[in-house]
Structure formats: structure tokens, C-alpha cells
Design a protein around this ligand. Sequence first.
Ligand code: DGY
Length: 332
Amino acid sequence: MMKSEVLVARKVFPPVLERLRRHFEVEANEADTIWDSAELTRRLQGKAGAFTTGSERIDGALLAACPRLRAVCNMAVGYNNIDVDACTARGVLVTNTPEVLTETTADFGFALMMAAARRMAESERFLRSGEWKKWSYDMFTGSDVHGSTLAILGMGRIGQAIARRGALGFGMKVIYHNRARLPAAVEAPLNARYVERDALFREADHLLLVVPYSPASHHAVGATELALMKPTATLTNIARGGVVDDAALAQALRERRIAAAGLDVFEGEPRVHPYLLAVPNVVLTPHIASATVATRLAMADLAADNLIAALGCGPHAGRPPTPVNPGVLTGR
Ligand code: DGY
């Protein structure tokens, strides 16, 4: 039987690529170049499947130009790089990689929040620059994490994993806001209290953003929300660039209207707003919340499992483990 053709749009772990080659004719992006839409469209000609990451934009125009495409398997839990409705309309299956990164991403979100609260990046820069001459009573005093109020915007799997760390490990009071309130049985062990949106900003000692990006969550945190926050509060974004208005945040940080921020994601990344680079009270990391070897391998394996099954191969042929638009499968 002729093997289907697939495109692996970014560099991946060699064993994952090998596994895909057992089932497909694979065109792989060994140079790990970021292809623009025109190049991606050209490379996808004749391909039945695409293994993508958050850096590839799959939209209606691309789909129209790639009529043989049947599956787009994203190596990420987020899929705001993909127009899912356009895929569904054309019978293209979309898959993502939930669950496998939940705990790793929660670890990182918590660490970033702690780094912001305890001024780790700022104080490390101070030490490295040779400015540390003596101990002093108020040097890099930050705000406590233990016993404080942890506010979570977006209480999905990762939000809940962060809440667990805060409530059980650090005795934090957990408040959250979400599209829908969680069942009491989920709230109870997390000691989590649902609050209205404005109350979340007002009551937060440490605000964690974990909402998926969509037009509805664009600039969910801007000047208005930042103005509600305590001057001692921190904000940590591990969701997506665009959930925060980066310019408004930089301004609030510069004027110390909030104490500090931890940011792993940025509007228009890998570009970072120059004002954010210029303020000291922010910890900046390059979109690495899920970046442990084990978790990135699990994500790549899951994306490959999805692609293999979506194109009718392997032990789960026709039943990809984590579809985003499963309705497409029933129509096949
Ligand atoms: C995800 O899985 O969505 C992470 O942000 C990595 O892109």
C-alpha cells in the first residue's frame, strides 16, 4: 500500500520522526526554519497530514490551497494557531496534546510566580553585576507566597494543578474566575472559591493567567484590570501572548502600580515589548512552561499518535487519542 505523505513542520525528537517514517512518507523540517504561510502552503501540497507546533498558522486560505490535507496534529495543548472552524468545515481533523503537560506547566507557573514575588531575577542581575556590597534589612524585599491569596483566571486542568500546589503546599487561599463555575466536588479539595471577574483582580495577591487565547480572552488583562489590583500584587502569564496588554502591563510595572510580573508568553513573540525589557520588576522567560525533556517527548509522542491514528494507521486507526473537533471523525 502507498504510504500517505505528511509534513513535520518543525524539528522534533529523532525517535518520534522515525516512528512517523514507519507509517508515512515524511517531509521533515530538519533546519527548523519558521515557514511563512506561502512556504507552509507550498510544502503541504499533496500532504494528507501535518505535524505542527504553535508557530504554524493554519487558516482558511491555507486549507483552501491544500485540499488533500486531512489532519493537523498540533504539538501543544493550545491551538489558537489553528482556525478550527475552517478545519471542521473542510473535514480536517485537529488534535492537540492535553494532559501530558499539565503538571510540568503548573510547576513552571508556580515557579515563575514565586520568582516574581521574591524578586529572583532582579536580585540575580544585581549580584552578577557586582553591585552586592553588603546585606541590608530591606534589600529585595518581596511579598510572601505562603498564606497569601492565589487568584487564577482560567480554571482548567493546569489552573487546577496550580491551585493544588498553592492550597496544599503553601496554605494559600485560592480564588478563581472561569467561564463556568466548577462543581463543588472539584472546588472542595482545592479550597477554591469562585469570584466575579473584578473581585479576582481586586483580591489577588498573586494572579495566575491560564486561559486559552481566543478573541474573547484578547487583552483580558489591560489597564482597567491592572488598575483594580493591589500595588503589592504580582501577575504571572503562562497562557498566551495577547491575553495581557503588554504595553499596559509594562506601564503598570514601571509606575509600581503592581509589584512584579512573571511572563512566559508575549504578544507577537518571539518579539518582546521593549518597555517590558526595560522594567526591572518582571521575570521574562521564552515560552518554556512545558519544557522538560520528559514532557516535550510526551507531547511529541502524543502528536505523532494522533497523526498516525487520524490517517488510519497503527493500533488506534481512526481513533486519535485527543481530537479537538471529533465530529469530523464521525463524518468520515
Ligand atoms: C502549549 O502546549 O500550548 C504550550 O504553550 C507550548 O506551545
